[in-house]
Design a binder for this molecule. Structure first.
Ligand code: SF4
Ligand code: SF4
Length: 196
């Protein structure tokens, strides 16, 4: 017995104290993805990137909201969400303790408000995302007027943008037809333009 005790003291601790002490994890450990709703713009990039469909988005235009949710029960800890997030709102943590008492506790949600289209007034995209895009676009503007125009573009829904493009293209087509018609009539269009 004495020999055994001596051997135990000589060997020291051969196990870890977890769960009575924190369990150290290695560098680059892929644990539970942590989502910071305050940094999230509800862009849905992580939803598209997630191979396990653990992250979902639900848009309710009647309520004017988009709900982001993650189901930790489906997560495979691949880290694709972290890689795809433009704002760093979702990051894999060192936390590996996912046990819960109820299945519903595996889900986390965040609700975002939708912005109304500047043209038709219908809700179309999360207000935070529209603001983020507008700020990015206005950074590349060459003046206040262009910045305003880009901000307006970011605040317009895809349907209204398409309608505006069609109108613009149709306008260009009419102008080209008029120019061709005048050229056929005998005078070069440029000359006609300058004729008082
Ligand atoms: S770590 Fe992978 S599986 Fe888990 S939520 Fe992110 S993308 Fe989806
Ligand atoms: S990619 Fe990032 S910002 Fe976009 S919805 Fe996911 S967590 Fe939010």
């Amino acid at each position: 017995m004495l020999k055994l005790l001596k051997e135990i003291f000589r060997t020291g601790e051969a196990t870890v104290k977890y769960p009575f002490a924190p369990m150290p994890v290695c560098k680059d450990f892929r644990g539970k993805p942590e989502h910071k709703a305050e940094d999230c713009i509800a862009c849905a990039a992580c939803t598209v990137a997630c191979p396990a469909n653990a992250i979902q988005m639900e848009t309710d235009t009647a309520a004017g909201t988009r709900t982001w949710s993650i189901n930790y029960g489906r997560c495979v800890f691949c880290g694709r969400c972290e890689e795809s997030c433009p704002t760093g709102a979702i990051r894999l943590s060192d936390d590996f303790e996912l046990a819960v008492g109820s299945k519903a506790d595996l889900t986390r949600k965040a609700v975002f408000t939708l912005a109304d289209c500047a043209c038709c007034g219908k809700p179309f995209a999360p207000a935070k995302e529209v603001d983020y895009v507008a700020r990015l676009l206005s950074q590349s503007a060459r003046g206040a007027e262009e910045a305003d125009r880009l901000r307006l573009t970011a605040s317009t829904c895809p349907a209204c943008k398409r309608a505006q493009d069609v109108q613009q293209i149709a306008g260009m087509g009419i102008a080209r037809q008029m120019e061709a018609g005048l050229s056929k009539a005998g005078k070069p269009a440029k000359e006609l333009e300058t004729t008082p």
